[in-house]
Design a protein around this ligand. Structure first.
Ligand SMILES: *[C@@H]1O[C@H](CO)[C@@H](O)[C@H](O)[C@H]1NC(C)=O
Ligand SMILES: *[C@@H]1O[C@H](CO)[C@@H](O)[C@H](O)[C@H]1NC(C)=O
Ligand SMILES: *[C@@H]1O[C@H](CO)[C@@H](O)[C@H](O)[C@H]1NC(C)=O
Length: 139
């Protein structure tokens, strides 16, 4: 009888621990389906800071590591948004997405808008691109 009580207590504790661990968090290292890497840190207020090393570029400039900043919500599968300030071109990219869990780890499903600079307003209409990328956590 007592054994049974201890067992259910232990199982209860275990499920609480697993539940805490099951919370998605952007803190860590990520690689997306294009081979781009990012390192992210999220503070207790949900503020995201990190750096982004892209594998692809719309310019021929030498690619440089670039800073990113944004926010993550605090739910179990949080939504987030961040901006990358490219260091090698006058381009800004904003990402938005959500953190999910699969069998082995965390996955970020993202949508982004990339804004290129135009020398005149006539070309404004064609300066924004949209894309979708999946990020996998690097252990
Ligand atoms: C991303 O990281 C991997 C593993 O460290 C590395 O092999 C790859 O070259 C990196 N990609 C870029 C674009 O730097
Ligand atoms: C990059 O270089 C290639 C080959 O020189 C050229 O065809 C292309 O137009 C250049 N792209 C940009 C965005 O300057
Ligand atoms: C699950 O997520 C992990 C970590 O992001 C990743 O390495 C793995 O490839 C993913 N598995 C599938 C089936 O997508």
């Amino acid at each position: 009888m007592r054994m049974k009580m201890y067992l259910s207590l232990a199982l209860g504790l275990l499920s609480i621990i697993l539940c805490i661990n099951a919370k998605c968090d952007l803190t860590g290292q990520w690689q997306n389906d294009l081979g781009s890497n990012m390192t992210v840190y999220v503070d207790k207020n949900g503020l995201i800071v990190g750096k982004y090393q892209t594998a692809v570029s719309t310019t021929n400039e030498t690619i440089l590591e670039s800073p990113l900043v944004g926010y993550q919500q605090s739910s179990g599968l949080p939504t987030f948004g961040f901006t990358v300030m490219w260091q090698f071109t006058n381009v800004i990219t904003v990402f938005t997405g959500q953190c999910f869990r699969n069998e082995t780890g965390q996955v970020l499903q993202t949508t982004w808008l990339l804004r290129e600079e135009s020398s005149d307003a006539k070309h404004n209409w064609m300066q924004t691109r949209v894309g979708f990328n999946v990020f996998y956590q690097i252990p």
